[in-house]
Design a protein around this ligand. Sequence first.
Ligand code: SAM
Length: 223
Amino acid sequence: SDSHFPVPISPSHVDYCLHYPQLFPSTGQADNSKKIQFADVGCGFGGLLISLSTLFPKTLMIGMELRDKVTEYAKEHISSLRVANPGQYQNVSVVCTNSMKYIPNYFKKGQLSKMFFLFPDPHFKEKNHRRRVTNPFLLDEYAYVLEDGGIIYTITDVEELGDWMKSCLENHPMFEALTEKELEANPVVKLSSSATEEGQKVARNGGQAFQAVFRRIVPTNQA
Ligand code: SAM
């Protein structure tokens, strides 16, 4: 059950003071100009966010992780980095939650500029594909919380899952693939394959990784 973690009833109930205490010292809501913009879904130990934190020091970012022990580990890692590097890592946090159920509780329409799905659990059996974090129903939800032009980064070492994620995104009316040129010019594409714990494991073992990076399109005026 999900009863072991609290869930905010709406994005305006997300406690920014708890996650980013130095940036939001008093209790109350975050003002609109300072909302979380990056979400790492199934962040594991949080390696990607920790790299992104210094690359995008002005952007608020959060990892969502289902396992509470893993979330605690990531939280402690961030706390110790904050202590060792005063003024840094204040923009990064993690939360223990089930992202497949609660994304709309955390982010409002058009709030996010980047979402990451890095080395998600494969759920090999056909009947379990609905449990995959990039299933077509959830892509609707991601299109809702992403801003126009916002980017979804996916990667896996399981070829079949890589093909599946890519085809779900290709078949969704609200997403289009980045071009080769755009992929090369985007430093986050490279980080998303190398900065997570799982990515490093795959690289150490000489494994292949299958990446799909898509943009949420700006809807054309249908009038
Ligand atoms: N992204 C990390 C990386 O690349 O190192 C972790 C990859 S790990 C294979 C997949 C992670 O997704 C696990 O830590 C798992 O607990 C988490 N996860 C699975 N289902 C989830 C869900 N519904 N909500 C949040 N996290 C989930």
